[in-house]
Write a protein that binds this ligand. Structure first.
Ligand code: HEM
Ligand code: HEM
Length: 157
């Protein structure tokens, strides 16, 4: 089994965990933002006919596929990262990682719940609100992940 505790007492994600999180994260962001751009191209001449753009369905198909990957990766991290991360972040210099880690976990739950709502339940009048809340949670997750990353100065000490 791969050694994930570093010499400075930190904890490194296995490379496929880090790459998996980044890959599904990028695909989710691009397909989510791409869908928004296509769907709300209001005011453009091309949108005058009011028909959905043909690529909208494909953006959501790919988004749905990546969403399965996102939930899988969250499950992987729940077992392989959260317990170690929680212990490590007791140290004051890693307090920001505990705060951003809790935030990331909460946002992942919000994305899963709102994504489920969008797919199975959302009535037409509520869909835009739920969709924007979901997309805002997705953007907040990208920002929280950037904040969560270990800082060089903390990692060296
Ligand atoms: C309660 C929840 C969490 C806690 C307490 C936590 C804590 C930590 C800590 C302490 C580190 C730094 C390790 C070091 O400096 O050596 C870290 C790194 C990291 N965490 Fe978390 N984490 C949590 C949740 C998450 C979640 C949900 C994700 C992804 C969506 C995530 C992704 C990462 C990544 C990508 C790194 C960088 C590791 C590397 O580059 O190898 N963490 N976390
Ligand atoms: C683990 C993370 C995520 C999960 C589980 C997830 C899940 C879903 C699901 C199931 C749908 C409904 C698809 C359909 O109606 O066919 C959806 C729609 C959508 N997602 Fe995500 N998603 C995630 C992350 C993101 C991110 C990072 C963004 C970035 C902006 C985003 C933006 C959107 C948008 C704009 C829609 C369409 C909203 C609408 O129909 O009004 N999602 N997502």
């Amino acid at each position: 089994m791969m050694r994930t505790v570093t010499a400075h007492g930190g904890h490194r994600l296995a490379p496929w965990h880090r790459q998996g999180v980044l890959l599904v994260g990028v695909v989710l962001l691009l397909t989510g933002l791409g869908w928004l751009a296509l769907h709300y191209r209001a005011g453009l001449a091309a949108a005058a006919d009011d028909l959905p753009h043909p690529l909208e369905a494909w953006a959501l198909r790919l988004h749905g596929l990546a969403a399965y990957g996102g939930l899988f990766m969250f499950g992987v991290l729940a077992a392989a990262h959260l317990p170690q991360g929680w212990r490590l972040s007791r140290r004051p210099r890693r307090a920001h990682q505990r705060a951003s880690g809790v935030m990331l976990s909460g946002l992942a739950a919000l994305l899963a719940a709102s994504g489920y709502g969008l797919y199975y339940f959302a009535p037409e009048w509520f869909r835009p609100t739920l969709g924007w809340t979901h997309a805002a949670a997705g953007l907040a997750m990208a920002a929280a992940l950037a904040w969560h990353h270990p800082r060089r100065s903390a990692a060296r000490r």
